[in-house]
Write a protein of this length. Sequence first.
Length: 185
Amino acid sequence: MNEIEYEKAGFGQPALWIDFLNSLEHDGLGNTNDHLQNAAWRKTFFSYWKLAVPPNTPVPFPQLEKLRSTLREIADALSDRKSVRPSDLQRLNDALNVPVKPRLLQRQNGFVLEEIPEKNDWRWIAARIARSCAESLVKSPLDRLKICPDPKCRWLFYDRTKAKSRIWCNEKTCGNRNRVRRARA
């Protein structure tokens, strides 16, 4: 999978955590595809989001799946306009708790202050994903974060429409499929 195919599949959302959450994809027909288990998808995901994969270490699937589950709980709460549970915030904070050092770098366009992990391991990748979620909670208009209302899909997306009127993750698939279901009923 290359980056063009990645974006055509609906990935490339405005935040890292949204793509990570959507890695457990429900196709609207009752089928589930866990892209996290797909090496080609993971490679494209890490490349797209400029995440350095720790060399010679196995992917800690249980920890990543637990983080993804926490992010789903947070997204569901936001979608339902409810408060995020303290236990979910605690799990997000636990993922963020990775030792880093600030480092000032000079780039072509000026100076940049970056956080460099003490250890570039899978905990650092999880912390980057968790930080993406935390930044969205702090900086983004939360009413633009939406979940596809199709119960067999539940894709998280960012509504970029001017009137915040987008309903479906994809009008051509979920939107059309649900209109056909309503017409048949």
